[in-house]
Every structure is written in structure tokens, then in C-alpha cells.
Design a protein around this ligand. Structure first.
Ligand SMILES: NC(=O)c1ccc[n+]([C@@H]2O[C@H](COP(=O)([O-])OP(=O)(O)OC[C@H]3O[C@@H](n4cnc5c(N)ncnc54)[C@H](O)[C@@H]3O)[C@@H](O)[C@H]2O)c1
Length: 375
């Protein structure tokens, strides 16, 4: 396997998830390229300490510019708070390295546009993180939607729900503050997950009416003081797309306060001839709607492990979050290497930009209680 030297900037939750995926790369049974984790940057000493168990690491630093000066590193994965995206992504690109960039790809539309401009200027290979479509279920949804089995599309629902913020006593962190997370709040946090597959299927919103909620307005900081918790917790975007000359409603939901949900990613597409439905709540269940004579039926199928890239894992075993994240990283390196072919690829900078255009329009819609056009 061809080796590619990798660095991580931001070694927190997602940095560790990436390191873990790089560490079990041998689970891919047919991939031409292997990332080797060489360097990690984080401000937090205890975070860097964790990476000492990764035996390929040669550099641990608190200064990301020091990591970017490392000439051996070809690709950088960046997973830092949203207020740092623009500066860090631009600096990675200017240092001559390729980039795997965490969503939302800039704190707002303006930052995202700056990053996209820099990608065009430098010509570097960049993709945005969004892993759920790499589960076997969403892959089957894509095949079904493309097969023509839906007939005329009637409606689309796509979303991502969790309840991490349901506990009002949970202390505040950067994801609950506009200055770090962005004015788009939960849309920046969960929005790319909800829009990635619809955008890839060509379901581009032409208008949006947004219901945004800030349910918990104050939380305690690490000193026990109540401070403003000013980001949107939940967002329901009523969008409209145009498909084959007719209008289709598409509901996009992102919720950090969805009681009973942990990490529920779902999509449902209903048409006049068929329908398809998948949710990580039932991770190996794939639903299709069929009309059998006069009867209308939802059919349930158990899925196995088949994703985009083949692995050594048993075909009937069930996948989870680390698996789809690893698949996403695998396709990044395969696409960069020119060996992915026409298989499903990571979210592109253009898709990230379109997501930001939608979220910016949603802010306007919520402020004025109006439908906002995107064309
Ligand atoms: N793809 C996904 O499913 C997913 C899930 C969660 C978060 N994310 C995204 O990943 C990114 C990071 O989120 P997270 O949950 O890993 O956050 P986190 O808080 O767990 O980790 C962020 C890390 O960045 C470090 N950091 C902060 N400022 C820094 C600086 N100036 N230089 C170097 N390191 C610095 C922090 O010390 C921290 O360890 C965000 O963009 C977030 O939206 C993606």
C-alpha cells in the first residue's frame, strides 16, 4: 500500500475517532493507500497525552503552525471549534497540504466562501466530513432513489436528532456559544448530516421557511456561574425543491434537544410508485414501500456490512459510527489517490457551500417569519 503521512489538528472527540480509524486501516480488504498518523496538534496537554499510545506519531505540538511546517505531512484532518475553521483551513491549504475538514466548513457562509475561494486558488484536494451516508442503509437509499422506483417524488424528510442538551444542568461548552459555534447554532453542528444525502441526490432547496428554537438560554460555566447559552438548539427547515417540473416539500430537521434520541440520523423519500426509509435507530433495517396489487406495504429487509469500500468484516455483521467514519476516510484517501472510481465520495466543498447558503437563508427566514428564496 502507498503510504500518506497525515497530521491531525484538534485532537478532541473527532480527532481521536480519526486516529482510531487510521489505526485499524488493515480492516479494508482492497485499498491502494494507507494514511500514517505522524503528528497531532492540540492546545490541551491531556489530549496530546492520549496520542502517545499511537506508535507512528513523531510530533505532538500545541502550535498548529509547527505541524504545518512538517514537510513530511501531506494531508491534514482538522477538527476544531467552528470559529477557527476559516483561519486553520486556509493555513493548511497555503502550507501546500490537502485537507479533510470537519463540518460545518466555516462558522458561517462568509467564512465558507473564503475557504472555497482558497481551495480554487491553491488547487488542493479537500473534502468535508459527513459520515452517515457511508452506512449500508443510506447507500441502499441512494441506489433506490436513483433506480426510478419512487415514481413521482411526493415528499422528502431528512434529519439528525440527539438529546445531548436535554439536561439543563449540563455545563456549557463551545458548541452552545455563538462566538465559537456560530450564529447558525445547531445547523452548523448537525446540518451537514441532514443535507449531505439530499444534495447528492440533486434535491436542492429553492426556498426555506425555518423554525429555530433556543430552548435553554443559560447554562453554568466551569465556575458554576450562569452564562448565556445563545445558540439555536433545534431547527426545522421547511424547504421546497423542484423535481422534474413539480414542487416537492423537503423537511430538514436538526435537534440537540430531541427527548429519547441519542444519535438518530434518518432519511425518508416517498413517491407515487415507491418509497424508501432508513434510520440509525434501527441500524440494520432497510424499509421500502411497494404496491402489490391493491395492497400498499412497507417491506423490511435486514442489512449486512456492505458499504462503499470492501472490508474483512463478515458480510452479515452490523456496522456502527466508527465504521461509517472509517469508510468516509477511506473514500477520501481513495478519491485523492484516483482509485475510488465512480463510487460514493465525501461531501465536497461546493456541497458545504450550498449547506451554508441554506443555513444563512434559514436565519433570515426565522428572523422575519418569512419564506426565503434560494434562487
Ligand atoms: N463528523 C461528525 O460526526 C462530528 C461529530 C462531532 C463534532 N464534529 C465536528 O468536529 C469539530 C470538532 O468537534 P469535536 O466534537 O471534536 O470538539 P472537541 O471540543 O472534542 O475537540 C476540539 C479540540 O480542538 C482543540 N483546540 C481548540 N483550539 C485549538 C487551537 N487553537 N489549536 C489546536 N487545538 C485546538 C481543543 O483543545 C479540543 O481538544 C467541529 O467542527 C465539529 O462540528 C463532527
Amino acid at each position: 500500500m502507498k503510504q500518506v503521512k497525515v497530521g491531525i489538528i484538534g485532537g478532541g472527540l473527532m480527532g481521536r475517532e480519526s486516529a482510531s480509524a487510521f489505526g485499524r486501516w488493515f480492516a479494508f480488504s482492497d485499498i491502494a493507500v494507507q494514511p500514517v498518523l505522524l503528528a497531532v496538534c492540540d492546545l490541551d496537554e491531556s489530549v496530546l497525552e492520549w496520542y502517545k499510545k499511537v506508535n507512528t506519531i513523531e510530533q505532538l505540538t500545541a502550535d498548529y503552525k509547527e505541524l504545518l511546517q512538517n514537510k513530511d505531512i501531506e494531508v491534514v484532518y482538522v477538527a476544531v471549534p467552528h470559529n477557527l475553521h476559516e483561519q486553520f483551513y486556509v493555513d493548511v491549504l497555503e502550507s501546500g497540504k490537502d485537507l479533510i475538514a470537519e463540518k460545518p466548513f466555516g462558522i458561517d457562509l462568509f467564512a465558507c466562501q473564503k475557504i472555497v475561494d482558497k481551495i480554487k486558488e491553491t488547487g488542493r484536494f479537500v473534502r468535508c466530513s459527513s459520515e452517515f451516508p457511508f452506512l449500508p442503509g443510506p447507500q441502499r437509499v441512494i441506489d433506490y432513489a436513483k433506480s426510478g422506483s419512487l415514481g413521482k417524488i411526493l415528499e422528502i424528510k431528512s434529519g439528525f436528532h440527539h438529546s445531548s442538551d436535554l439536561n439543563v444542568d449540563k455545563p456549557i461548552n463551545w458548541k452552545r456559544m455563538i462566538k465559537f459555534c456560530g450564529e447558525i447554532g445547531v445547523m452548523g453542528d448537525l446540518g451537514m448530516h441532514a443535507v449531505h444525502l439530499p444534495l447528492r441526490l440533486g434535491y436542492n432547496p429553492i426556498s426555506v421557511y425555518a423554525n429555530l428554537q433556543n430552548v435553554v438560554k443559560e447554562r453554568k460555566n466551569d465556575k458554576g456561574e450562569l452564562v448565556p447559552c445563545d445558540t439555536w438548539d433545534n431547527a426545522i427547515l421547511h424547504t421546497r425543491i423542484e423535481k422534474e417540473g413539480h414542487v416537492v416539500p423537503m423537511a430538514l430537521e436538526m435537534k440537540r434537544i430531541a427527548p429519547s434520541e441519542t444519535n438518530t440520523w434518518y432519511i425518508e423519500i416517498i413517491g407515487t410508485k415507491g418509497g424508501v426509509r432508513y434510520s440509525t435507530k434501527e441500524p440494520k433495517t432497510f424499509w421500502t414501500f411497494v404496491m402489490d396489487g391493491k395492497a400498499q406495504k412497507w417491506c423490511k429487509e435486514d442489512l449486512g456490512f456492505q458499504s462503499v469500500l470492501p472490508t474483512i468484516t463478515g458480510g452479515i455483521f452490523e456496522p456502527g459510527f466508527p465504521d461509517c467514519f472509517m469508510q468516509m476516510l477511506g473514500t477520501y484517501f481513495a478519491e485523492r489517490d484516483g482509485t475510488l472510481g465512480d463510487r460514493f465520495h465525501c461531501a465536497t466543498p461546493e456541497e458545504a457551500l450550498r449547506s451554508h447558503q441554506l443555513f444563512a437563508a434559514a436565519l433570515v427566514s426565522s428572523k422575519h417569519h418569512q419564506v426565503v428564496s434560494l434562487i
